[in-house]
Write a protein that binds this ligand. Structure first.
Ligand code: SF4
Length: 281
């Protein structure tokens, strides 16, 4: 079957040449599955069986309504040591950002330049969840900058999506990392660090109430799906996080090092787009 215009645009944005082939030519053979990523520091059991249906596209129930009443930031003593989901439940976007900025709940606070809260439209339909800030993110205070960020932006642009904070919500993406502070020398985050930081991501999702979550990379997947299965086994079907459809794909930084996986990431993005459209219907 020939690629649709949107599929071709996405392939082009990702640097793939598949769409340049004649229309009748079959899609390129899928490369051998990438080897499993290194063992995670800790993970809970998978949330869905491998044989789960590919597209449970029914619109999920909405998350609890979010109050528009400005809420105060956490008191310093709370923000520093014991930010739990209950602590954060009343915070709006500014309050949550302030709580993250003041957080010292794990040791990463001592080596960060600044926290990396998130970027994008706070009413976006799409949410991209990455892993941890790298050096550039730590310096700029924004997730997904540098080459990986540029690749992500091109992938999103192929779907007419943008991280711009002032665009139409239906064409906007909010981007956040699982971890808000950079691990020194870009080491893998520990299970404890991921657990300490998770309530911030949970609150971001509650506030945004996205129609689709795109989880990029194994630490995002481990946090949201409680699964340590390789990305290759989790991608290609729709999962759910608290009722929100969730699609798993590779991190753009990995795609830069493993070009054959770009075709799979393209498939994942198309699945996410179809799922988001179905949930909006
Ligand atoms: S990584 Fe998260 S939990 Fe740790 S200090 Fe930074 S904001 Fe706090």
């Amino acid at each position: 079957m020939p690629w649709t215009d949107r599929q071709q645009a996405l392939l082009q944005a990702m640097g793939l040449r598949v769409w340049a082939e004649p229309e009748h030519q079959p899609a390129p053979a899928v490369e051998a599955e990438a080897p499993p990523l290194p063992t995670a520091p800790q993970a809970a059991p998978a949330s869905a069986p491998r044989s789960a249906p590919v597209r449970p596209l029914a619109r999920p129930p909405a998350l609890a309504p979010v109050t528009q009443t400005p809420a105060p930031s956490l008191a310093p003593a709370v923000a520093v040591h014991t930010a739990t989901r209950a602590d954060l439940a009343s915070l709006d976007w500014p309050g949550l950002r302030s709580a993250v900025a003041g957080c010292q709940a794990c040791g990463l606070c001592s080596s960060r330049t600044q926290t990396v809260f998130g970027v994008g439209h706070t009413q976006a339909r799409w949410m991209v969840v990455g892993e941890a800030p790298g050096e550039n993110e730590d310096l700029q205070g924004e997730p997904f900058v540098g080459a990986a960020g540029q690749l992500l932006d091109r992938m999103l642009a192929a779907l007419q999506l943008s991280r711009a904070a002032d665009g139409p919500p239906e064409r906007s993406v909010y981007i956040a990392n699982t971890l808000k502070c950079r691990p020194p020398r870009n080491r893998n985050p520990s299970a404890e660090e991921l657990a300490q930081c998770e309530p911030f991501l949970v609150r971001q999702i509650e506030l945004l109430q996205p129609r689709i979550i795109l989880a990029m990379g194994r630490f995002a997947v481990q946090t949201l799906l409680r699964s340590d299965e390789p990305i290759g086994r989790l991608r290609g079907r729709v999962h759910h996080y608290q009722g929100v459809p969730l699609v798993v794909t590779y991190h753009p930084a990995y795609l830069l090092r493993s070009l054959p996986e770009k075709a799979k990431a393209w498939e994942d993005l198309c699945l996410a787009a179809e799922t988001a459209e179905a949930s909006a219907a």
